[in-house]
Design a protein around this ligand. Structure first.
Ligand code: ACO
Length: 404
């Protein structure tokens, strides 16, 4: 590793690394990612083992606190999440001001930012005091982001909010989304399991765009709510968290056009940014995204268990096969990423496309929280302040209006 600050001090050079693709912006002990070999580990545990044996809440604890919880810690954490599941009645009123068709991630980011004003004791913009209350803040965020997510769905549909019950985390989300005032949603174990898996697979992913945003905002000593709200904004873009929505739109238009996907693959091969094959490629993986392998398999299982035959799954498989046999994709090492199959699972669970990125954001909260804590806890940490390569005008003199 090169100490680029020292390099600059010694030589005056600035390292140009567009988009920080090869810049280590921090030291971290949370997630290990080896993109060349398709390896992802949280706190040392391979994602495949967590997906097979853990659930979302346990993995959230691991990501945030660094160790798998023992029985007592798990119980305490679960209790804290349940106690913090409800959103304050005053904050529920915010939804009156959002149009029904307001972008879901805009609503989520605003609501998470607003949590700072309802928990001023947790959001002092002072690392020391905010860290003292970290356990509470983490529970408020994990639990309430999920509740807000369900409220966004109900608001879109023009339905009354359903309040949380004493249920496991993922089941409570399904309850708040799909129950009716006098009729509880019947939890199907396969659905609950699939939702847990989806959330777990998104729990953290090293210095992705939204997590780095959380770190950058947090480095100014901004509180954890403001920092996560900014991260959610970053996650909303179609090249990041919004890709799962874009994948479904792509699969749906292939289906509606009666095409076999060839047109999309051919268009993507032109290398034009606006015609990319959504759900393919990754800034770090130059191999299969291990989460895509898990999710692709889970997709088959969930659909089979629920007895659903989704033509979009067949299209996705044909598309994957076609792309993986094309020189364009092979030479660029472009493989399906986590978003390629996640939408099909969510569709099978009855979650509309408009909610896909919100689910991603709910899942990603533990990683963002853990990263904020690393920034806040680093006594020697500095504010994030990259440099630039200036390509603009050299100095010139001010021109009065009548001479322009
Ligand atoms: N379809 C077609 N071509 C692609 C695709 C794609 N999905 N992805 C990358 N390429 C091409 C690039 O145009 C580039 O071509 P070139 O060498 O001829 O110029 C080459 O492959 C290498 O691109 P990368 O440098 O690997 O791509 P980058 O790091 O800039 O972008 C990204 C990664 C944004 C994920 C990109 O692959 C993409 O747009 N994929 C589709 C959107 C998507 O699925 N996003 C979710 C990814 S996961 C996340 O949240 C970041």
């Amino acid at each position: 590793a090169i100490d680029t600050r020292k390099l600059r001090a010694d030589t005056g050079y600035i390292c140009y690394d567009q988009g920080y693709g090869n810049t280590g912006s921090c030291e971290s002990t949370i997630t290990y990612l080896d993109g060349d070999n398709g390896i992802l580990r949280h706190r040392g545990y391979p994602i495949e083992q967590l997906a097979a044996h853990s659930n979302y809440v346990e993995t959230a604890y691991l990501v945030i606190y660094g160790e798998l919880p023992n029985a007592e810690q798990r119980l305490k954490f679960g209790k804290l999440l349940r106690e913090n599941a409800t959103v304050a009645p005053q904050m529920q009123k915010f939804f009156d001001a959002f149009p029904k068709d307001a972008p879901p991630m805009v609503m989520l980011s605003s609501m998470v930012g607003a949590l700072a004003s309802y928990h001023p004791e947790l959001a002092t913009n002072n690392f020391e005091t905010d860290l003292k209350n970290f356990d509470q803040s983490a529970a408020v965020l994990i639990s309430k982001i999920r509740t807000i997510g369900a409220m966004i769905y109900r608001h879109q549909k023009g339905l009354p909010f359903i309040f949380p019950k004493d249920l496991p985390f993922a089941d409570n989300f399904l309850h708040m989304m799909f129950s009716e005032p006098y009729e509880d949603y019947k939890i199907i174990p396969e659905v609950s399991h699939a939702l847990n898996l989806l959330l777990l697979l998104h729990a953290d992913h090293e210095q992705n765009c939204s997590t780095s945003t959380v770190r950058m905002v947090g480095s100014s000593a901004a509180n954890i709510f403001t920092s996560l709200s900014s991260g959610i904004g970053a996650l909303s873009g179609p090249l990041h968290g919004g890709a799962n929505t874009a994948v479904m739109q792509m699969l749906q238009s292939i289906h509606d056009e009666g095409d076999d996907g060839t047109r999309f693959v051919e268009a993507a091969k032109q290398g034009n940014k606006s015609n990319r094959l959504m759900g393919f490629g990754h800034p770090v993986y130059r191999n299969y995204d291990p989460r895509a392998t898990i999710i692709g398999k889970a997709c088959d299982e969930v659909l089979a268990k629920l007895g659903i035959k989704d033509p979009l799954l067949d299209i996705a498989k044909r598309l994957e096969h076609a792309a993986l046999n094309e020189d364009y994709f092979i030479s660029r090492k472009l493989y399906p990423n986590v978003d390629f199959y996640s939408g099909i699972i969510m569709r099978a669970l009855g979650i509309p496309t408009s909610m896909f990125t919100v689910i991603f954001a709910i899942g990603r909260a533990p990683g963002q929280i853990a990263n904020w804590r690393e920034v806040a806890s680093n006594a020697k940490g500095r504010i994030y302040r990259p440099r630039q390569i200036f390509n603009g005008h050299p100095q010139r003199d001010y021109t009065p209006m009548n001479l322009r």
